[in-house]
Design a protein around this ligand. Structure first.
Ligand SMILES: [Zn+2]
Length: 447
């Protein structure tokens, strides 16, 4: 039905929908400012409701919000930041990135020729771009060589500017599945196993989870089905058995890690949801029954609408391999309808893009797609702030602008509840009380 050329495999591996590789560790809690800062917000979307508050003052001490309100007095000697002409909102959160990858042809070739360490350097570039686009936290859905772990630690240590990174390490999946690196002659590489994230039994699933956590992953990512960009796979069938899924989720849960599942076909989605994953990512095929079950369990959907539109456009433009273009044309209209259905259903939705499949820094375009699919602008904003933090298990640390939380905030000109498109032009970025972008320009903290 489709060829398995090497270039096709490279494209599949590189462009993702794969979310195959990821590593991550703990929250980015470093690099807080010790300065007292007062922010005067002309308007404030604090993430707790669906409306804007006017003329709100925030006092920030030791990187956290100490006071927030309409009648707050500025402490003597505090640095004042005048955002009276701006709308301030919580730092944005992207729940599905591949921050150590770029979607270029260079990446495709890089699968074989890229030197060890290069992915972390690519990640450092993308971390800065992502932060300056207004994203102060990301959940990373797969990386090679533990490059994401190294990057997360470097950001936490203040070596490079970037969002708080919560990362999965290597994505886990079955032999020959979406999280594997297939499409090559059998003697081209050593056969993959647990250390490469590949399992073929419940016991191996447990071992694979423990291996990633041993080396620092903050969460577990698995591939419940194939993807548009994986070679030689059908997108529909389930890849992980219910028994494997249960072992995987149980082991992760014991070790206090949540599981994200790349999933397109309905059977794989069902296996993942019933095993107790925290989120279904992509979710191309969704019916009312599974949406009701997800709502009942509190399972989040992370739609990654940008990824579908990107591969669809690439298919139309003739820049995808033919075997992949067939899948992209077939699945994207189905996914659009599923996501509209999901938004109508009220299932929990967290904002995620699959950045890395397309260029990093454009993540906020997902807001436009969510609103076009029927989501209110306020709910879209909450999906990228409060609800994303909830899915991360970090709502006590950030996601809303309330006393005690990290001062992770951004500002835009205009009213994002009237036009979410302005989120593509974030002019102010603060993370942990430290200002990385002001008046549209990077500060010294952002190099
Ligand atoms: Zn992905």
């Amino acid at each position: 039905m489709r060829t398995r050329s090497r270039s096709a495999r490279f494209v599949a591996t590189a462009l993702g929908f794969l979310c195959a590789l990821s590593l991550a560790l703990a929250p980015g809690l470093s690099a807080q400012s010790e300065e007292v800062v007062v922010v005067r917000a002309g308007a404030l979307f604090d993430g707790t409701g669906e409306t804007l508050r006017q003329n709100v003052t925030l006092v920030i001490r030791d990187g956290r919000i100490a006071e927030v309100g309409e009648d707050v007095q500025a402490p003597a000697g505090a640095r004042e930041v005048d955002l009276s002409g701006w709308t301030v909102l919580p730092g944005l959160i992207d729940m599905h990135t591949h921050i150590t990858s770029d979607p270029s042809d260079g990446f495709r070739g890089g699968f074989l020729s890229q030197y060890p360490g290069a992915a972390a350097l690519v990640g450092a570039k993308n971390a800065r771009i992502t932060l300056l686009a207004g994203f102060t936290a990301v959940r990373n859905a797969g990386a090679s060589e533990f490059a994401d772990i190294a990057l997360r630690n470097a950001v936490n240590d203040g070596l490079v500017p970037g969002p708080r990174i919560f990362t999965a390490g290597k994505g886990l999946g079955i032999s020959g599945g979406h999280c594997d690196s297939g499409g090559f002659r059998p003697d081209a590489f050593p056969e993959t196993g647990v250390e490469q994230g590949i399992f073929n039994s419940p016991d191996e699933a447990r071992a694979a989870v423990r291996y990633q956590i041993k080396y620092g992953s903050d969460l577990i990512k698995t591939c419940a089905t194939a993807g548009v960009l994986s070679v030689g796979t059908e997108i529909g069938p389930a890849q992980v058995t219910p028994a494997e899924f249960e072992a995987l989720v149980e082991t992760a849960t014991m070790l206090n890690r949540r599981v994200m599942a790349h999933a397109h076909g309905i059977e794989g989605i069902r296996n993942a949801v019933h095993a107790g994953v925290a989120s279904i990512d992509h979710g191309a095929v969704l019916d009312d029954e599974i949406l009701a079950e997800m709502s009942r369990r509190g399972t989040y959907l992370v739609p990654t609408m940008m990824a579908f539109e990107y591969v669809y456009e690439a298919a139309q433009a003739g820049t995808l391999a033919p075997w992949s273009a067939i899948k992209a044309r077939e699945i994207t209209p189905i996914a659009r309808e599923s996501h509209r259905r999901a938004i109508r259903s009220g299932v929990p939705i967290a904002f995620g893009t699959d950045a890395g499949v397309f260029p990093h820094g454009t993540n906020a375009d997902e807001f436009r797609l969510l609103v076009e699919a029927g989501m209110s602008p306020a709910r879209a904003l909450r999906s990228a702030t409060r609800d994303a933090a909830d899915l991360l298990g970090q709502l006590d640390a950030f996601g809303t602008l309330e006393v005690g939380k990290y001062a992770d905030l951004v500002a835009v000109r205009g009213n994002p509840l009237e036009d979410v498109g302005i989120l593509m032009d974030v002019g102010f970025v603060m993370k942990g009380g430290r200002i990385y972008k002001e008046n549209g320009a990077p500060t010294a903290h952002a190099w």
